[in-house]
Write a protein that binds this ligand. Structure first.
Ligand code: KG4
Ligand code: ZN
Length: 349
C-alpha cells in the first residue's frame, strides 16, 4: 500500500508545498512541487525582511496548496500524513507553515510531523537519485546555512561535524554581489559574471584553512572583507573594477574551501558518498570542482537539480516520507516552531 505525504515549507522566503508518494518498498516519488517566492519583495533591501516574508507566506499558503493538489491530480482526501518545517528559520515565517499544517492535519484527521529544514535539504536528493547510502556526508550551503553533516539515518541520526563561524556561503555571495553592483540574490549573477573572468586573477584568502583552525569549520566574512578592500583600492586608483575577474576569484575561493573540507571530511571518516544541497549547490564552479575532487578521492557525488536545492516543499514531503517509513512518532498538535532547531532533531515529538 502506498501513502501520500504532503510537505509544507515556510522557513524563509519560499512558500513551498510538495506531494510525494511513499511506496510499500520505501521508494519515494515526487508528485508535485509548488513554490511561491517573495524574493522580489526583499530585493531592494538586499536581504530577507522577516515581517514581509511572514505576510507573503500567509497570502501564498492556501493557493500554493491548491496548486500542488491540482498538479498531482489528487484530492486532499488522498493525504495520509502532513509534514512541515518546524525549524530552523525565521520565527514568524515558520509559524505560518506550522499553523497551516496543523489545520490540514486536523481537518484531514491524519498525523502531523514537524521536521527539520536542514534534514529536508538532504532528504530531497532521494527524489532524484534514490535511497541515500548510509552513512553519507552532506554539505549544506545556502543563504542561511553552511554545514558539514554526517548522516547515519536520514530519519533519525544526523550529526554536525562542521559549520560556518560567521557568514553562510550564500550570504557571502549576496554581500559580494552588492559590492559589485549586481542584483540580489547574488549567487546567480556572480556565477554568470565569473564565467567571463579569470579565477586566478586575484588571490583572495581561504578562510579557516590554517594549521590551527578547526578542520571542518568555515569562515567567509574575511573573504567578503578582502573583496571589499580590493574593490575600494581599485576605485581609489580611479580604475574600473574588473567585475568578471573579481567574481571568478571570489567564487574560486569559496568553491575551493568548501570542496577541500568536504572531501577531507569524507576521506577521514571513510564515507563514500557526498551530497551537496542548498541554494549555493546550484553554483557551477562548486559542483564542477566537487566533481573533480570527489572523482580523484573515489567518492560518489550527488547534487540534486537546482530546483530541488533551493527551498521547496518537496524536500519536506520527502523527509516526511522517510520519517513515516521509519515509523517515527508523530508530533503533537500543539507543536511549536523552533527558530533554532538543532540539526540533530529530525522530527519534533
Ligand atoms: O537554499 P536557498 O534557496 O535559501 C536559503 O535557505 O537560504 O539559498 C539561497 C542562496 C542565496 O544566498 C543565493 O545567492 C544562493 O543561494 N545561490 C547561489 C546560486 N544560486 C543561488 N550561490 C551561488 N551560485 C549560484 N548559482
Ligand atoms: Zn534552506
Amino acid at each position: 500500500m502506498s501513502r501520500i505525504i504532503m510537505g509544507i515549507e515556510s522557513s524563509c522566503d519560499e512558500t513551498g508545498v510538495g506531494l510525494v508518494r511513499l511506496a510499500a518498498n520505501g521508494t519515494v516519488e515526487l508528485l508535485a512541487d509548488e513554490v511561491a517566492s517573495s524574493v522580489d519583495q526583499h530585493a531592494r533591501f538586499g536581504g530577507v525582511v522577516p515581517e514581509v516574508a511572514s505576510r507573503a507566506h500567509l497570502e501564498a499558503m492556501v493557493p500554493t496548496v491548491r496548486r500542488a493538489f491540482a498538479t498531482a491530480g489528487l484530492s486532499m482526501s488522498a493525504v495520509d500524513a502532513v509534514a512541515v518545517t518546524a525549524g530552523p528559520g525565521l520565527a514568524g515565517a515558520l509559524l505560518v507553515g506550522v499553523s497551516a499544517a496543523k489545520a490540514y492535519a486536523a481537518a484531514l484527521d491524519v498525523p502531523l510531523y514537524g521536521v527539520n529544514h536542514l534534514a529536508g535539504h538532504i532528504a530531497v536528493d532521494t527524489l532524484q537519485h534514490g535511497p541515500l547510502p548510509e552513512p553519507c556526508l552532506a554539505l549544506l550551503v545556502s543563504g542561511g546555512h553552511t554545514q558539514l553533516l554526517r548522516v547515519d539515518d536520514i530519519a533519525g541520526k544526523i550529526t554536525e561535524i562542521g559549520s560556518t563561524v560567521d557568514d553562510a556561503a550564500g550570504e557571502a555571495y549576496d554581500k559580494v554581489a552588492r559590492l559589485l553592483d549586481l542584483p540580489y540574490p547574488g549567487g546567480p549573477p556572480i556565477d554568470k559574471a565569473a564565467r567571463e573572468g579569470d579565477p586566478n586573477a586575484i588571490a583572495f584568502p581561504r578562510g579557516m584553512t590554517g594549521p590551527r583552525d578547526a578542520k571542518f569549520d568555515f569562515s567567509f566574512s574575511g573573504l567578503k572583507t578582502a573583496v571589499a578592500r580590493w574593490v575600494e583600492a581599485a576605485q581609489a586608483r580611479g580604475e574600473e573594477v574588473p567585475v568578471p575577474d573579481v567574481a571568478a576569484s571570489f567564487q574560486e575561493a569559496v568553491a575551493d574551501v568548501l570542496t577541500a573540507k568536504a572531501v577531507r571530511a569524507a576521506t577521514e571518516s571513510g564515507i563514500g558518498t557526498l551530497v551537496i544541497s542548498g541554494g549555493v549547490a546550484a553554483n557551477s564552479r562548486l559542483s564542477g570542482l566537487a566533481a573533480d575532487r570527489c572523482a580523484e578521492a573515489g567518492i560518489e557525488l550527488r547534487v540534486p537539480r537546482p530546483r530541488l536545492c533551493t527551498d521547496n516543499g518537496a524536500m519536506i514531503a520527502a523527509l516526511g516520507a522517510h520519517v513515516v517509513a521509519a515509523g517515527c512518532a508523530p508530533s503533537p498538535l500543539h507543536l511549536s516552531a523552533n527558530p533554532a532547531l538543532p540539526v540533530s532533531t529530525v522530527t519534533v515529538s
